[in-house]
Design a protein around this ligand. Structure first.
Ligand SMILES: C[S@@+](CC[C@H](N)C(=O)[O-])C[C@H]1O[C@@H](n2cnc3c(N)ncnc32)[C@H](O)[C@@H]1O
Length: 191
């Protein structure tokens, strides 16, 4: 499991059982499997079909694959229905497809998209947040004069502007400058 997610899992889950979790731009992250195995329901969205095929093969999970009805794309679903992966353009995902989510794990997602798409991205995320939603994001902060990204710099202030109705709280900070010269990585969380 991603170290920050694991470290702050208690705040993310907040004592709830069988909650619905959203993984925007999920790729084939193993965290989807680990949380589904804990009894939660996982919905991921990514454009990369190969990532989904590899996810189910790597996890040794049987799955079904079907075309989406009103949008170009496919739905990959584990046999127990706990993991549903939408292969489609994220910006075409709507609240009507899966309703709202109790928790959202955002790693390599907001930091990966083009900066001009951030408002569109945050509006969509806010539409699918349930009133009790915990939204946890792994974001990076660095000197943009030294590195332009991607992954792009996302500051605590950026998060406050993008998610004005949320309370933004930083849980953690990890210095990754040993990996990326002059770049530090921070983990921020929104609730
Ligand atoms: C940096 S990867 C992160 C993957 C995953 N969250 C992780 O942490 O391993 C970004 C992902 O965004 C997906 N992606 C980028 N633009 C997208 C879009 N418009 N709609 C859906 N997926 C998109 C890519 O296919 C890629 O898997």
């Amino acid at each position: 499991m991603h170290t920050s997610l694991e470290k702050h899992l208690d705040k993310f889950i907040a004592g709830r059982t069988g909650i619905k979790m959203f993984f925007p731009l999920c790729g084939k992250t193993v965290d989807m499997r680990l949380l589904a195995d804990q009894g939660h329901y996982v919905v991921g969205v990514d454009i990369a079909e190969q990532a989904f095929q590899e996810f189910f093969i790597d996890q040794n999970l049987e799955y079904t694959e079907e075309p989406l009805k009103n949008v170009d794309g496919k739905l990959f679903k584990s046999m127990d229905g706990r993991i549903k992966l939408y292969c489609m353009d994220f910006y075409l995902f709507t609240k009507e497809m899966e309703g709202q989510f109790n928790a959202i794990w955002d790693r390599g997602s907001l930091v990966a998209i083009n900066i001009e798409d951030r408002i569109k991205y945050s509006q969509l995320i806010q539409e699918v947040m349930s009133p009790d939603c915990k939204y946890m994001i792994a974001a990076m902060q660095y000197d943009t004069s030294k590195f332009a990204g991607p992954p792009y710099n996302v500051s605590e202030n950026d998060l406050k502007e993008l998610f004005p109705n949320c309370s933004v709280q930083q849980f953690d900070e990890t210095d990754r400058s040993y990996l990326f010269k002059d770049r530090a990585k921070k983990y921020l969380s929104i609730q």
